[in-house]
Design a protein around this ligand. Structure first.
Ligand code: GLP
Length: 240
């Protein structure tokens, strides 16, 4: 794993340059995108670079990691809504080229079609990840199998509790989500994981210095050959 450590603004700007380089070489690249508070500075930087003509997403395709079960794109806590408002409306990507898993899939067989769509698009060139406090990537909670493809998950109490801040009450936080699996993520040619703040320090230590183990899904990224972590000083503070 490669580590890039600096201020949140600096590392987010460096992460944004990865898109400038990739799309410069391959304008029709396939991007794996993420939600959460972590990528917001990166998304703002991409919007700025796009407005200045330094990057174009006009031929790119995007596939988001996950979505809550039962929320459609008009719900302000759906991940489709998040992506439209925080990125897609501010860059030149074609709406029809943006994909977020459907929150209305009935079963895992239907969910897994998302992997087939990604494969048909040529596979993900650059996958962006955040990290949950328990090491989840996307919504792949601890003990998700290494071989998992896009599937429906029951969210852990700790994840629902962590995400409660965005809803009016815990009861409103969906109990299930659909997420790319670990295998889906590991198939990406290149992976970037962003983490900021002291609250992520312990899980970043386990991710980087722990033994790769499904108990900490992000630690499995050690087994991928092209992963870069973009951390602020606080998130990196427990690394030795
Ligand atoms: C959610 C998302 C993850 C994200 C995590 C961390 O659970 N499914 O993809 O990485 O939150 O969120 P934040 O970036 O707000 O800390």
């Amino acid at each position: 794993m490669k580590l890039i450590i600096g201020s949140k603004e600096d590392v987010s700007a460096q992460a944004a340059q990865r898109y400038v380089e990739l799309l410069g070489k391959k304008p029709d690249a396939v991007l794996g995108l993420a939600t959460g508070s972590t990528p917001l500075a990166l998304y703002a930087e991409l919007a700025r670079l796009c407005a200045e003509g330094k990057v174009s997403f006009a031929r790119a395709k995007s596939y988001n990691l996950d979505e809550y079960i039962g929320l459609d794109g008009s719900h302000d806590q759906s991940y489709r809504y998040f992506m439209d408002h925080n990125l897609f409306q501010h860059i030149d990507i074609k709406p029809e080229n943006t994909h977020v898993p459907s929150g209305f899939v009935k079963d895992d067989e239907e969910a897994a079609r998302y992997d087939a769509e990604i494969d048909a698009a040529g596979g993900i060139d650059l996958q962006l990840l955040g990290i949950g406090n328990n090491g989840h990537i996307g919504f792949n909670e601890p003990l998700t199998p290494f071989t998992s493809v896009t599937h429906i998950v029951k969210l852990t109490d700790s994840t629902r509790e962590a995400n409660k801040r965005f809803f009016s009450s815990l009861d409103e936080v969906p109990t299930h989500a659909v997420t790319m699996g670990i295998h889906t993520v590991m198939k990406a040619r290149s992976i970037m994981l962003l983490a900021f703040g002291e609250g992520k320090a312990e899980i970043i230590k386990k991710t980087v210095q722990g033994r790769p183990d499904t108990a900490v899904p992000a630690s499995l990224l050690q087994l991928h050959e092209d992963v870069t972590l973009y951390l602020d000083e606080a998130a990196a503070s427990k690394l030795s």
